[in-house]
Structure formats: structure tokens, C-alpha cells
Design a protein around this ligand. Structure first.
Ligand SMILES: C[S@@+](CC[C@H](N)C(=O)[O-])C[C@H]1O[C@@H](n2cnc3c(N)ncnc32)[C@H](O)[C@@H]1O
Length: 253
């Protein structure tokens, strides 16, 4: 089941990649955490990354990885969609950075040795992983002692529908968030929404200490942010009232 789901997600991202990159405006000068929201330059979750060994999982077109590299980190970026990696290759070449690209599954990154990284992060990859416990276990293995894991994923409230007329969110059952099955998918590609407690417990059960939780709030109009684009324009009111993302800063104990 899990492998079928992952294959469907991989094929889905191969198919969506060009339009996602065209409709999103993602900065290569900052790490993004949510649409229209301030990025790392404002939120300061990562600390000084100079000289750190960083791994971006589910990197897409590797915009975060490029920003980290520009800030002086030694960066590896991984994704399993060859189409997304094609965009990453182009942006890395355009930026003149030295990001190492790897094709692989973030649930089982067995090509890396234990303690290979000081920082592991992903923006919007975790929600596609069926077995997040296995993935966090691997992140723990890959990090050096005291290393940082930054989990930026869809907020549990993102699972629910926004009623445009009522201008309100319809939360049918917070404790059992629906699994989103992609509409145009022949196979069963899904997005997993996890409650705050589930995400927190998965992290602590994997040996991480949660240091900070952020629900990024949209920046005031006119302020530039690292993640915008046509896709998000129609959702502005919802995004100003309900968090889209949740970010956990966790450390390997
Ligand atoms: C929403 S995009 C995010 C890309 C990038 N982090 C960004 O914020 O633009 C999700 C990415 O996750 C990747 N992905 C999903 N499941 C994955 C897995 N198990 N292993 C590696 N990459 C995965 C997809 O291929 C896709 O590029």
C-alpha cells in the first residue's frame, strides 16, 4: 500500500511539476515556510548555517537548498520526482551554487551514513510520506548529536474546507482529519494531514526535543515574502485567518 501510494505521489509530482514551478514564486534568497508568510530571514529558526552540513528533503526545485548554500552551508538536496529535480538542476546552475542533488525517497534515505548532517529540513514534503515515524527515525539517524530537524508541513486545519460565502472554515472532525486523495490521480496519491499532537508525538518518540513551534502568519500587504504566486492569490482571505503551515524546530537529544 505504502509503496503504491508513494509511486502515485512521485508520478503526480512529475505531472504537476511544470505548472507548480510556473504558478509559484519561490525565492532562492530565503527559506520559505508558508505562502505569503515571512521566511527564515525573519523567523530565524535555523541559526547560523555557515559551514553546517545541511540536507533538504523533498526539495522540489531546491530553492531552500540554494538559499542555504548562499548562506554558507554545505547542502545536499533530495527529491524523488525527476521532473522536480530537472527544475532544481536548472536553478542551481543559474544560481552558481554548489548544491548536491540526490534522487531518493525521504522515507528511506539509506544512501547517507549515520550523523552525516547537522541540519535536516523540508518545506511541504512530510505530508506526502505515509510512514512519518520511519522518516523521522531516518532523520534522527542522519543527524549528528545536537543536530536540528525543521519540519515545515501542512497545518492540521488545512485539511478542512473554507466556506467562501460564510467566510469560515468547516472543521468537521479535527481529531480525524480527512486524507486528501488527489482529484486527477488514476492511482491513489494522497496528502496526509496530521494533528498537532500526532506530529509532536512522532517527533518526541523518534528521540527529538521540540524547541519551538511556529504557525506562520501572512506578512502585511506590500512586504515581500519568499513564497507567493498565482496559485495562492485566490486563497488570500483564508490564509489570513487560518494557518496553512506548521513548523516544528526539533533537536536530536
Ligand atoms: C509541495 S512540493 C515541495 C517542494 C519544495 N520543498 C517546495 O517547497 O517548493 C512536494 C515535493 O515532495 C516530493 N516528495 C514527496 N514525497 C517524497 C518522498 N517520499 N521522497 C522524496 N521526495 C518526495 C515531491 O516530489 C515534491 O517535489
Amino acid at each position: 500500500m505504502s509503496n503504491d501510494q508513494k509511486r502515485a505521489v512521485q508520478l503526480g509530482w512529475d505531472a504537476m511539476s511544470d505548472s507548480y514551478q510556473e504558478q509559484s514564486r519561490i525565492s532562492v534568497d530565503d527559506v520559505h515556510y508558508a505562502p505569503f508568510a515571512p521566511g527564515e530571514r525573519s523567523l530565524r529558526l535555523l541559526g547560523d548555517v555557515r559551514g553546517k552540513r545541511a540536507l533538504e528533503l523533498a526539495c522540489g526545485a531546491a530553492q531552500n537548498a540554494i538559499a542555504l548554500s548562499r548562506w554558507g552551508a554545505r547542502v545536499t538536496a533530495m527529491d524523488f520526482s525527476s521532473r522536480q529535480l530537472g527544475h532544481a538542476r536548472r536553478l542551481i546552475a543559474e544560481s552558481g551554487t554548489d548544491v548536491q542533488l540526490v534522487r531518493g525517497d525521504m522515507e528511506s534515505p539509506s544512501m547517507f551514513r549515520p550523523a552525516s548532517f547537522d541540519l535536516v529540513l523540508s518545506s511541504f514534503g512530510w505530508e506526502f510520506v505515509p510512514d512519518l515515524a520511519a522518516c523521522f527515525g531516518e532523520c534522527h539517524r542522519l543527524l549528528s548529536s545536537g543536530g536540528l530537524l525543521v519540519v515545515c508541513t501542512v497545518h492540521p486545519l488545512s485539511a478542512f474546507e473554507w466556506d467562501v460565502e460564510e467566510r469560515a472554515l468547516i472543521v468537521t472532525d479535527y481529531f480525524n482529519p480527512p486524507i486528501e486523495v488527489w482529484e486527477d490521480s488514476d492511482r491513489r496519491a494522497v496528502t496526509h494531514f496530521r494533528t498537532f499532537q500526532e506530529l509532536h508525538d512522532l517527533l518526541t518518540d523518534s528521540g527529538f526535543v521540540v524547541e519551538r513551534v511556529v504557525e506562520p502568519y501572512p506578512a502585511p500587504p506590500g512586504r515581500s515574502t519568499p513564497y507567493t504566486g498565482a496559485y495562492w492569490a485566490d486563497h488570500a482571505e483564508r490564509l489570513s485567518r487560518v494557518p496553512f503551515a506548521i513548523v516544528f524546530k526539533a533537536r536530536k537529544a
